[in-house]
Design a protein around this ligand. Structure first.
Ligand code: 5GP
Length: 201
C-alpha cells in the first residue's frame, strides 16, 4: 500500500482556510492533524478537536521529548504539530492535512520534502481585515498583529507548490480537491499501479 499524502495548507489568519478545510475533511480518507497550542481556547473551541490546548511547560516538554514534527511562535503563542498521529496515519495510507503557519511549513519542507504545499491567499488585504473584524474572535490589537503578520506570510507564498485565492468558497473547495486528486495521480505516487495492472493480466 502507498503511504498517505502529507498536505500542508497555509494562509494568513482570516483567509478562510478553516471553512475550506471543513468541507475537504468530509472525505473520510483524509485526517486533520489536531495541533497543540498555548493559545487560550476561543468560545466554542473544544480541547482535542480544535486544538490540544496546553500550557507553555507542557508544550516545551513535547518539544524536548521529540514529540513535535514542527512548531512555531506566532502572535504571542506557540503552535505545533504532534508527531505520533501524523506518522501513524501516513503509514496506514491515510492522507493528512496540516493547517499551519509559514515558519512551521518551511520546517516540514526540510524534513518531509515529499509533502505538497498549498497557500491560500485572501482576495485583498482589505478583505482580510473585513473578515477578521467580522469574525469577532480577536481584540482590535490582536487583529492588527495578525494583519501585520499576514503581509510577511503572503510574501512567503512563493515557496509553496500551489497558490490559490479564496474569493469564492465553492470554487476554492473545488480547487483544493482538484490539487489533492491530481497530486495522488502523479507518476512518483503511482508507479505501483503499473505493476498491479501488468501482474493482473
Ligand atoms: P489560530 O490562533 O487562528 O487558531 O491560528 C493561528 C495560526 O497558527 C494559523 O495560521 C494556523 O494555521 C497556525 N497554526 C495552527 N496550528 C499550527 C501548528 O501546529 N504549527 C504551526 N506552525 N502553525 C499552526
Amino acid at each position: 500500500m502507498n503511504k498517505g499524502l502529507l498536505i500542508v495548507v497555509s494562509g494568513p489568519s482570516g483567509c478562510g482556510k478553516g471553512t475550506i478545510l471543513s468541507q475537504i475533511l468530509k472525505n473520510e480518507n483524509i485526517y486533520y492533524s489536531v495541533s497543540a497550542t498555548t493559545r487560550a481556547p476561543r468560545e466554542g473551541e473544544v480541547n482535542g478537536i480544535n486544538y490540544h490546548f496546553m500550557d507553555k511547560q507542557e508544550f516545551m516538554e513535547l518539544i524536548e521529548t521529540g514529540g513535535m514534527l514542527e512548531y512555531a511562535f506566532y502572535c504571542d503563542n506557540y503552535y505545533g504539530t504532534p508527531r505520533k498521529q501524523v506518522e501513524e496515519m501516513l503509514e496506514s495510507g491515510k492522507d493528512v492535512i496540516l493547517e499551519i503557519e509559514v515558519k512551521g511549513a518551511m520546517k516540514i519542507k526540510e524534513t518531509c520534502p515529499e509533502a505538497v504545499f498549498i497557500f491560500i491567499l485572501p482576495p485583498s488585504l482589505n478583505e482580510l481585515r473585513r473578515r477578521l473584524e467580522k469574525r469577532r474572535t480577536e481584540s482590535e490589537e490582536k487583529i492588527e498583529k495578525r494583519l501585520a503578520e499576514a503581509v510577511n506570510e503572503i510574501k512567503a507564498a512563493k515557496y509553496y507548490d500551489y497558490i490559490m485565492v479564496n474569493e469564492d468558497l465553492t470554487k476554492a473547495i473545488d480547487e483544493l480537491n482538484a490539487i489533492i486528486v491530481a497530486e495522488k495521480l502523479t507518476q512518483k505516487r503511482s508507479l505501483n499501479k503499473i505493476d498491479e495492472v501488468l501482474n493482473n493480466a
